[in-house]
Design a protein around this ligand. Structure first.
Ligand code: ACO
Length: 331
């Protein structure tokens, strides 16, 4: 059996660094509170006018370079995001235009913070039907565009970033740096959607001409509930993927969970029996970058040598919806 291959990894973060010390001057908070509750020390913030397609462009170019491919060779572009440039046109089409290509199948895909693995699974499905397909899966969020900078419960958590991969069929020869996608499992539970929302401006809470932006325009979250469900569901889906592939935590060389909060990641890793040095932790530097966090973590961990050829890598996501999932890669 051949497995679809990830052939190039790229990521991008905006230049602007927002530290906890700066947040202390904006809201009633402290570096001590933020660090001890979340593990976050700083995050990146998109420049004014820098939208999801702009961050995605940089990550996508890096992924294509790493794959040794030109944008023109792509057949599909999936942009996983909950913060597209606009409702219409889709950010994926804007990205297609910025990459200087036309006539591809480009679409946005929203599975909140879990978007990257949902995009990867859609790419697997496309490749199953059309083995010659070459699919760009980019995950990007500019959640600071939906952050209420006066709400200390949420504004300390989020940052902006993008991660991208190129996925092809497994018929191609596997080169060093390629990763076989051995398994992906995805789940969702809409009955818990109210615990994490960005409602305002959607068709369920439309804005009228002259409306003033209200709280519901921004991220709203029941932090402790999200925390509890994130740990429980990520552990359970990771255990399923491990068991289905005849593995235990001890067989995993590197674990990349959604970078929402170090305490969540630590709790999940401990329950899976994974030592903390095997856990990707970009959250301290980038905060919670939503859909892009696992894609960014994957690209950065490979580029910095934390992932080596032959490694088995476990990915896990969790986000609004609720949505969650896990994937097993072999480099
Ligand atoms: N600075 C200082 N105090 C704060 C801050 C802050 N930034 N934010 C909240 N507080 C206060 C609260 O007002 C509360 O004060 P009170 O007791 O006087 O009312 C106190 O701190 C405790 O608040 P809690 O919400 O109970 O704090 P908790 O320990 O649960 O930590 C946190 C909050 C960090 C949000 C935590 O619940 C969490 O990480 N949850 C998971 C959230 C998450 O990961 N979401 C993303 C997953 S999905 C996605 O990525 C979109």
């Amino acid at each position: 059996k051949t497995y679809p291959l990830i052939r190039g990894l790229g990521y991008y973060v905006p230049e602007r660094v927002l530290t906890n010390a700066e947040l202390e001057r904006m809201v009633e908070t402290s570096d001590e509170w933020i660090t001890s509750r979340t593990g976050i020390k700083e995050r990146r913030v998109a420049a004014p006018g820098q939208a999801t397609s702009d961050l995605s462009l940089e990550a996508s170019k890096a992924a294509l370079d790493a794959a040794g491919m030109s944008a023109g060779e792509l057949t599909h572009l999936f942009l996983c995001t909950l913060t597209p440039d606009a409702y219409c046109p889709p950010a994926a089409c804007i990205l297609e235009e910025k990459l200087g290509i036309r006539g591809k199948a480009a679409m946005d895909l929203n599975a909140a913070c879990s978007g990257f693995l949902f995009g990867m699974d859609m790419a697997r499905a496309v490749i199953c039907m059309t083995p010659e397909a070459k699919v760009l899966v980019c995950a990007c969020d500019v959640l600071t565009s939906r952050t209420n900078w006066a709400d200390r419960r949420t504004c300390v958590l989020f940052g902006d970033g993008a991660g991208a991969v190129v996925i092809t069929s497994g018929d191609a020869e596997k080169r060093p740096g390629d990763a076989a996608i051995k398994d992906v499992r995805l789940l969702s539970d809409g009955s818990l959607g109210h615990l994490l929302t960005v409602k305002g401006g959607g068709s369920g809470s439309p804005m009228r001409l002259g409306d003033v932006v209200g709280d519901d325009f921004f991220v709203q979250m029941s932090g402790q509930e999200v925390f509890k469900h994130a740990v429980r569901n990520m552990v359970s889906v990771c255990e399923d993927v491990l068991a289905a592939n005849g593995l235990t935590g001890a067989d995993i060389d590197y674990f990349i969970p959604h970078q929402a909060n170090w305490r969540i990641m630590e709790a999940v890793a401990k329950k899976l029996g994974l030592p903390l040095e095997k856990v990707c932790a970009t959250v301290a530097r980038y905060g919670n970058t939503s859909a892009s966090s696992v894609a960014m973590g994957l690209a950065e961990s490979f580029q910095t040598g934390k992932i080596k050829p032959g490694d088995k890598v476990l990915l896990s996501v969790f986000g609004g919806g609720f949505t969650w999932g896990a994937a097993l890669l072999e480099f």
